[in-house]
Write a protein that binds this ligand. Structure first.
Ligand code: FMN
Length: 248
């Protein structure tokens, strides 16, 4: 029996899956656990779309930039910010929904989606399944919206592959905890040495895991965070009715 702390501390992403279906009752239990997640204002503005159909999963793997584990894992779950659902309640109460125009509304949706994602991951681990989150669905959000039949005022923020693992990856090291945990006030003084040490440690991790071309952390994130973002997220958000122009 694994405790919740064991599950959280042993996290690793799995990118190879066995050809074994996830039983319906196991999937139901995982989804019920995530359904119980808290949400801001009890808005329950997160919905999930469970995709088991192999053709649809293959299409998602292409949308996400050719990630083969999406086609291989028997279950893919798209986590969706759903202001369509909340809008029905707001209209029922005689008002016009405004939240989709606010920056904080987008943050709220992203935070609550992250909580659902983590609940799915922990529940899946508890059931002996492997997972990997998939942000790659935001490479082409419109294609995901079309594929999943998502209505206006919804947005697919992240996905999750789930299945029985065909590998047990070596756990990826993290930067030392002083770069994560600050007590009382933020203390940046330990960051440069923590980053230097981690750059060395992760290259060693890549060497141990036969990925000798793996980059130091600084270089790897520079390739993502230090280049212009070409994903059409803002454009598709606007098309979906999220006209994020005001505070509040
Ligand atoms: C929101 C989110 C999106 C992610 N998107 C992808 C993805 O599209 N493809 C992928 O292979 N891994 C993806 N990952 C997995 C990260 O690469 C992984 O968590 C990170 O490298 C740390 O490795 P670990 O999870 O094995 O500890 C994502 C992780 C998160 C939290």
């Amino acid at each position: 029996m694994h405790t919740t702390l064991d599950i959280l501390k042993s996290h690793r992403s799995v990118r190879a899956y066995r050809d074994r279906p996830v039983p319906e009752d196991t999937l139901d239990a995982i989804l019920e656990a995530a359904w119980r997640a808290p949400s801001s204002f009890n808005a329950q503005e997160i919905s999930v779309v469970v995709v088991r159909d192999p053709e649809r999963r293959t299409r998602i793997s292409q949308i996400a930039g050719n990630q083969p584990w999406i086609a291989q894992a028997p279950v893919f779950i798209a986590v969706v910010i759903d202001y369509h659902k909340t809008g029905l309640g707001v209209v029922k109460a005689g008002r016009e929904q405004q939240i989709q125009g606010s920056v904080d509304g987008l943050l709220m949706g992203a935070i609550d989606a992250g909580i659902v994602l983590e609940a799915l991951m922990v529940a899946a681990h508890a059931e002996g399944l492997g997972i990997v989150p998939i942000g790659g669905i935001r490479r082409d959000p419109q294609a995901m919206i079309d594929l999943l039949g998502l209505p206006r005022l919804t947005f697919p923020v992240v996905g999750l592959c789930m299945g029985y693992p065909a590998q047990e990856p070596i756990q990826k090291p993290r930067m030392e905890i002083s770069a994560f945990r600050h007590d009382e006030v933020y203390d940046a003084s330990a960051l440069p040495s923590a980053i230097d040490a981690y750059d060395i440690e992760i290259v060693e991790h890549w060497r141990r895991t036969d990925r000798s071309n793996g980059l130091a952390w600084s270089e790897a994130i520079a390739n993502y965070l230090g280049v212009p973002d070409t994903r059409p997220v803002a454009e598709v958000l606007r098309q979906q009715g999220f006209d994020v122009t005001w505070d509040g």
